[in-house]
Design a protein around this ligand. Sequence first.
Ligand SMILES: [Zn+2]
Length: 244
Amino acid sequence: MIALSHELGRGERNLAVLGEGNASARLSGRTFVVKASGSSLATLGKTGVAECRFDRLLPLLDGGPRGDAAVDEALLAARVDRAARKPSVEAVFHAYLLTLPGVNFVGHTHPVAVNKLLCSRHARTFASRRLFPDEIVCCGTESVFVPYTDPGIRLAQVIRSSVVAYIGRLGRIPRVILLANHGFIALGATPESVLAATLMGAKAAEIFAGAAAIGGAPRFLTRAQVLRIAGRPDEHYRQRILGI
Ligand SMILES: [Zn+2]
């Protein structure tokens, strides 16, 4: 998870600067580790992470609104080691996503290329359409789209309801969640799959913007073409070899 954080924080990738973004990993059915508030992905060390208990954070997703002080108290109480730093409030959505079947790692970034689209009228289209085969291999046939929501518990709740709707509609776990006017979340079984989805998502965003800039709407793959790639045995083989 620390190596994944360093990959996501590499300056030339333009995925996160300063304290932006975070990563997490499931340690067991009881706990997970997540970047602490204020630490940087690029330089993350063992003191910049906090091991948290699922059973202290998941209840925040239910019930009515809570004040900032109550949320801070719950974040601090979730730490296994009382000497660890306070986890970010985004730890709540990490906790939820790490309960999904097959999800062991989560990476959240604010990629420049992706946010250009997520701060434009193209945001929803970028989530629902696909432009090239490797985008499908790494990011899935569609991404979850989450309309802009105030960061914190409310955002974690909306992420959960959007993911539940996606799974209900498509019958599979998403690889990518796009947060309008905010950023990118990749989920996967391995750190490699999270990194692959993030890098390919950022590349797809650049291609989308470039195709749109050349003139008119980009030419998207058809639904049949997308499903054909998603179902191809040679693409599954490639996913296995790449560990994604
Ligand atoms: Zn964020």
